[in-house]
Design a protein around this ligand. Sequence first.
Ligand code: FES
Length: 123
Amino acid sequence: MYTEKVMDHFSNPRNVGEIANANGVGEVGNASCGDIMKIYLKVEGDVIQDVKFKTFGCGAAIATSSMVTELAIGKTIDEALVLTNQAVAEALDGLPPAKMHCSNLAADALHEAIKDYREKHPA
Ligand code: FES
């Protein structure tokens, strides 16, 4: 049912935890399943230097959180803002259709964290 990449990121999630001096934090929840994802960003000069996450959710939510942190690190905030749930799912070689909503959580939490950063650091 799950690809090897999903199982890998679920079993060995990358970048788990929080960033003490994060300058952008985003949290989203899924009303139907009750899962919650929180993403912490360390942005310097418009580039995402570090990303950490905490997810209380299903295996697919953990795998997509882990993948979204890997995709976001090193990107500018503009590049990270266009990362879609589809891109996260593709980077994991796909998710079962019933689990696609879990990848929305990852991209949405990242976008919320960037929004928070922008509000705190107006250009
Ligand atoms: Fe809730 Fe996957 S079942 S995020």
